[in-house]
Design a protein around this ligand. Structure first.
Ligand SMILES: Nc1ncnc2c1ncn2[C@@H]1O[C@H](COP(=O)(O)OP(=O)(O)OP(=O)(O)O)[C@@H](O)[C@H]1O
Length: 335
């Protein structure tokens, strides 16, 4: 759906080169929500803006929605941009236009839509984002969440197949963030839209994304399905994002020196999270366990849990085999 082949972007500033995106390969599947996470300056915005050619790549090829974006002329690019909607952290609404006029703007600019078709589409879009009764208000009369809903309606105006979200919830409070994320998810499911979003919050990724890429210094340092990256982060930067999202500051590393037994870190995902796997295995093998740390939560629609346990008894290896056979992922913290 969106393919980056060795795409890079270097800015020249006062004789200095800034490698905002280093040569990168990336693949976003059709209909998925792909999240890019990274610290400020990692290159997320630049990478996002390369997709609709708001930034021109220094090297490489970009193919999106079956079109080689990097080979388009000006007219081709104008047409392509109608298939890519974009929403922004600070909404970027025109303050002198009403809600309805803001939403109509991309269709007006395209110059290919009848007045009646525009009016009908604006009504449908405002209905979809829950703002049917706010059409004649001005942006200054709306809350942040409502402004972002207008931004979303406007981004959908020309019927895009891709939606790019540039820190779309960073300016919103937690509750409004939840509502806007829910709306994005609904749009993704109902319209089959491919969404690429950038954020510095792991929680946004956990709540709505299917896959994630972690960016640092212009590179995607880790990527994969959200459950995989979230539950088994490999790169120290990814581990830090996960720790922060769990409310840990990462400074306290328990060594469990005083605890007897084999120490295992167990990951449960999906069905196994709520099944009595642990007690069944312990009963069957006669092994014992004590819980040293644990958490339970959800990744998108799937329940997940992680437990650190100390395992003792005669048959710890058999217990481990049975846990593994029941779909529990095991990492040995201390043999
Ligand atoms: N138009 C530009 N001209 C010069 N340098 C730029 C330009 N845009 C971005 N950069 C630089 O490229 C690097 C990556 O910036 P980018 O905005 O893509 O990162 P980011 O991860 O989105 O950060 P943030 O979360 O702060 O927006 C930074 O060093 C930035 O200063």
């Amino acid at each position: 759906m969106i393919e980056f082949q060795q795409v890079s972007k270097t800015f020249q500033v006062k004789g200095r080169s800034i490698a905002a995106v280093k040569p990168t390969d990336l693949h976003v599947n059709r209909g998925e929500i792909f999240g890019l996470i990274g610290y400020s300056g990692a290159g997320k915005s630049t990478l996002l803006r390369l997709i609709n050619h708001l930034e021109q790549p220094t090297t490489g090829r970009i193919i999106a929605d079956g079109v080689e974006v990097t080979a388009l002329d000006a007219a081709g690019l104008r047409g392509f941009r109608r298939r890519v909607g974009m929403i922004f952290q600070h909404f970027n609404l025109l303050s002198s236009k009403t809600v309805a006029q803001n939403v109509a703007m991309p269709m007006r600019l395209a110059g290919e839509y009848e007045r009646s078709a525009i009016d009908k589409r604006v009504r449908e879009l405002l209905e979809r984002v829950g703002l049917a009764d706010q059409a004649s208000k001005y942006p200054a009369q709306l809350s942040g969440g409502q402004k972002q809903r207008v931004g979303i309606a406007r981004a959908l105006a020309t019927g895009p197949s891709i939606l790019l979200c540039d820190e779309a919830t960073s300016a919103l409070d937690p509750e409004t963030t939840g509502q806007v994320l829910q709306l994005l998810r609904q749009i993704n499911q109902e319209l089959g839209l491919t969404i690429v979003l950038i954020t510095h919050e792991m929680d946004v990724i956990r709540r709505i994304c299917d896959r994630v890429g972690v960016m640092e210094e212009g590179q995607v340092i880790e990527s994969g399905p959200v459950a995989e990256v979230f539950l088994q982060p490999q790169h120290p930067t990814t581990q830090r994002f996960v720790q922060l999202s769990e409310g840990e500051d990462g400074t306290q590393q328990e060594d469990f020196a005083h605890v007897a037994g084999r120490i295992l870190h167990l990951t449960f995902l999906g069905e196994s999270t709520y099944a009595p796997v642990l007690s069944q295995v312990m009963q069957a093998t006669g092994a014992n366990y004590s819980i040293l740390a644990g958490r339970i939560g959800r990744i998108k629609d799937e329940p997940c849990g992680q437990l650190t346990i100390a395992l003792t008894g005669e048959q710890v290896e058999l217990a481990e085999q049975q846990l593994s056979a029941a779909g529990v992922k095991i990492e040995v913290v201390r043999p």
